[in-house]
Design a protein around this ligand. Structure first.
Ligand code: SF4
Length: 469
């Protein structure tokens, strides 16, 4: 790059380098990226870092035994040395990983490591643990993983025995439709099992999620919040961010498929990294957003240790030391000293009799109430006046005619409603005060116990169902 600048020659692409040419307002991407062979890379060199001056009882050293992502399919994801998707997955040889850890442990007098990876393959997590057990190494470590069926109860115990203190899990959403649209390749039920197995083995679980994936409705956002709430006993810590559209992701390449109609960049964003977008449909009204915010605050406060500034972030090394010293539930225990206690999640046991509350009305419609409410909110008139307003009428026609399917709504009170999956209607008919939760699920599909009990519990928490006394 320096040679090109010195000689003022025409710009030629340079490997692994993105350049912005201000004159032509062009961003030049490299024609190819060179991906290094991890086995040829020595362990990281922390010489020169005053490790003893860090405000930490012991150093926790970052170390990368793997790089890139073995899944490389999530629609929102772009990072690593690649123009699209994620960088190719690479691993060091197992014996070299252990040799690197030995060198770092001896040189910097520590046995704590944060495996700073994009996502480690589950078989490798297990293999590292087994290798550390075999060689009697007492290293303690954390890593990032994806939900996978390999995290069985037995394997999680081996992983814990091999020194794993904590894992950060990219769940993203707990709504099946959104997970499929993301191409995450997992279901909420798999996630529930995986998190439970890890937690039961004593490994702290840090769950990473985000809301507002394009087309996500309020109900779908609530499913993610509800998942955290229902699985709180197995979740040591969680984050819930906002969707960000990344250059190089599948969504950026094919926005139409994800309901995005316009992508633009703020002025002065030379490298075109701060991607902005608009969606074809409004999927959440202002009232929805308030409800989501309040439901989020209700669970977030359970993990907010206000007086402990060094603990709380996912993949934060201080958090790791807290987990080691005080156990995987420390963040919830610290919070239990405050007044912000949360009520137990409402769940049905097998022999409970769910009954639909008499004041609830169900209706099916092929329009989207959120959208209508949103249009009305943006124009502060009452519904009747709004519908006579030509502009709003057009907007409503526009949205209702494109709304793809019949949707079921449960009217909880005159101004309070819940969008519900179609398959819940049959289930609701059976909540007539005669059948137990177990009967209902067995009559519909005994093989879908997890999914149906989640729907039942979710309707219970929204006060649509009650327990017959
Ligand atoms: S989100 Fe995680 S699992 Fe999905 S492609 Fe990106 S790194 Fe891989």
């Amino acid at each position: 790059m320096i040679q090109q600048l010195k000689s003022r020659q025409q710009y030629q692409p340079i490997v692994n380098t993105i350049l912005y040419d201000r004159k032509s307002d062009q961003v030049h991407y490299p024609s190819k990226n060179i991906v290094e062979n991890l086995d040829h890379i020595p362990p990281p060199d922390y010489d020169g870092y005053p490790l003893n001056l860090y405000l930490s009882p012991k150093p926790v050293l970052p170390y990368a035994p793997t790089r890139g992502c073995y899944w490389n399919r999530c629609a929102f994801c772009h990072y690593g040395a690649t123009q699209k998707g994620t960088a190719k997955y690479r691993e060091k040889k197992l014996e070299q990983m252990i040799a690197d850890l030995d060198i770092l442990a001896e040189k910097y007098n520590t046995n704590h490591f944060a495996f700073s990876v994009d996502v480690m393959a589950p078989k490798t997590v297990l293999a590292i643990a087994k290798e550390l057990i075999k060689h009697n190494r007492k290293y303690l470590w954390s890593t990032d993983i994806r939900v996978d069926d390999l995290f069985t109860r037995q394997n999680c115990q081996i992983i814990k025995q091999g020194g794993c203190l904590s894992v950060a899990i990219g769940l993203e959403s707990a709504c099946q439709r959104i997970l499929e649209l993301m191409d995450k390749g997992i279901s909420p039920y798999q996630a529930q099992d995986c998190i439970h197995n890890l937690s039961s083995a004593g490994i702290s679980t840090q769950i990473m999620t985000f809301l507002n994936f394009p087309t996500e409705t309020a109900r779908e956002a609530m499913e993610t919040i509800q998942f955290i709430r229902l699985n709180m006993s197995d979740i040591s810590l969680f984050t819930m961010g906002d969707f960000v559209l990344h250059h190089g992701s599948k969504i950026f390449e094919n926005p139409e498929k994800y309901g995005i109609d316009r992508i633009y960049f703020p002025k002065n964003d030379d490298f075109k990294l701060l991607t902005q977008y608009t969606e074809k449909r409004h999927t959440k009204s202002e009232r929805d957003k308030e409800q989501i915010e309040s439901a989020y605050a209700d669970i977030a406060v359970q993990y907010a240790p206000q007086d402990f500034p060094f603990v709380g972030g996912v993949s934060n090394n201080h958090t790791l030391l807290y987990f080691e010293r005080f156990g995987k539930d420390i963040l919830k225990q610290l919070n239990s000293n405050t007044d912000d206690t949360i009520s137990e999640p409402k769940t049905f046991k097998r022999h409970d009799i769910p009954v639909m509350r008499p004041e609830i009305k169900a209706m099916a419609a092929n329009y989207c109430l959120s959208e209508i409410e949103d249009v009305i909110e943006r124009n502060p008139l009452n519904l009747e006046q709004s519908l006579h307003n030509r502009q709003i009428n057009c907007e409503l026609n526009e949205s209702t005619k494109t709304y793809p399917q019949k949707t079921m709504y449960l009217l909880i009170q005159s101004m309070n409603w819940l969008e519900t999956p179609q398959h819940a209607s049959f289930l609701l008919q059976m909540c007539n005060g005669k059948n137990t939760a177990e009967d209902i699920i067995n009559m519909i599909s005994p093989n879908a116990w997890d999914m149906l009990s989640t729907v039942l519990n979710s309707l219970y928490s929204y006060n649509v169902l009650d327990k017959k006394q």
